[in-house]
Design a protein around this ligand. Structure first.
Ligand SMILES: Nc1ncnc2c1ncn2[C@@H]1O[C@H](COP(=O)(O)OP(=O)(O)OP(=O)(O)O)[C@@H](O)[C@H]1O
Ligand SMILES: [Mg+2]
Length: 241
């Protein structure tokens, strides 16, 4: 249902053990993200942004707390269920692209479909997704034959080929110059509209954060919600009339 929240996190804690000592990383994080909303996650290095994204993706588990994604309680699932959840519900994009170096662009995008129910259409879906991100003329290039911006567009196609509802991105433009960064952001924006994606994106870059509807700021493992970076829709001086 469209009005339902895509993500609901309640009192999420994550502790690590280091030399027998407990090290708190996330200290009671609660928030929700509406379906179709775009949220930027910002905060200083080491504040727990990637840890939180990993938990939302079901890659990592919270020490305590509850996470629902798409109405699905992920904190108490078996590994098999989580693997299916990650494959069908979530797309993930990283700063370092993480393409498989020995596989072509098309093969990289097909890969998540090998374990997807719609497996038999893997190649045509991968080709279609590569065209949608503007990489229709690079099917048979290996990652090292592509620029950083092109590799990231292939990685976006790979994240979206399974038709997920939630896109998680960890500093997706962190390795790109400003012109490639803008192009990648425009591709993500266009795809998020076409697919009605919910987007949660970690970034240090305010021009990247400005694509978001809302900004969540994390500091020492806790959240402080911030005003959106966009200008207000109704400037104050126009309201008086
Ligand atoms: N496997 C691990 N073992 C020990 N400490 C870890 C581990 N993973 C993360 N940490 C610690 O957890 C804290 C949060 O890390 P995290 O990677 O989530 O930060 P971040 O906000 O993504 O930082 P950055 O902006 O630098 O990417 C850091 O202090 C980090 O050193
Ligand atoms: Mg990080």
């Amino acid at each position: 249902m469209k009005s339902e929240n895509m993500v609901e996190a309640v009192n999420v804690y994550r502790e690590l053990s280091s030399n027998g000592r407990r090290l708190p990383i996330l200290r009671g994080i609660s928030f929700s993200v509406a379906s179709g909303e775009w949220v930027a996650l910002t905060g200083p290095s080491g504040s727990g942004k990637s840890t939180l994204l990993g938990i939302l993706a079901g890659i990592d588990k919270p020490t305590s707390g509850n996470i629902r994604v798409g109405g699905y309680e992920i904190s108490a699932q078996s590994e098999n269920n989580l693997a299916r959840f990650r494959n069908q519900m979530i797309g993930i994009v990283f700063q370092s692209f993480n393409l498989i170096p020995t596989m072509t662009a098309l093969e990289n995008v097909e890969a998540p479909m090998y374990i997807h129910p719609n497996k038999r259409n893997a190649q045509s879906l991968a080709a279609d997704m590569l065209r949608q991100v503007g990489m229709g003329d690079r099917f048979h290039h290996l990652p090292h034959q592509l620029s950083g911006g092109e590799q990231q567009r292939v990685a976006i196609a790979r994240a979206l080929v399974t038709r997920p509802q939630l896109l998680l991105a960890d500093e997706p433009t962190g390795n790109l110059d400003s012109s490639n960064s803008k192009q990648v952001m425009q591709v993500i924006q266009e795809m998020s509209r076409r697919m009605n994606l919910t987007v949660i994106m970690v970034t240090h870059d305010s021009s990247v954060a400005s694509y978001a509807d809302r900004c969540l700021h994390i500091m020492d493992g806790r959240l402080a919600e911030q005003e959106p970076e966009k200008p207000p829709r109704f400037p104050v001086n126009q309201v008086a009339a």
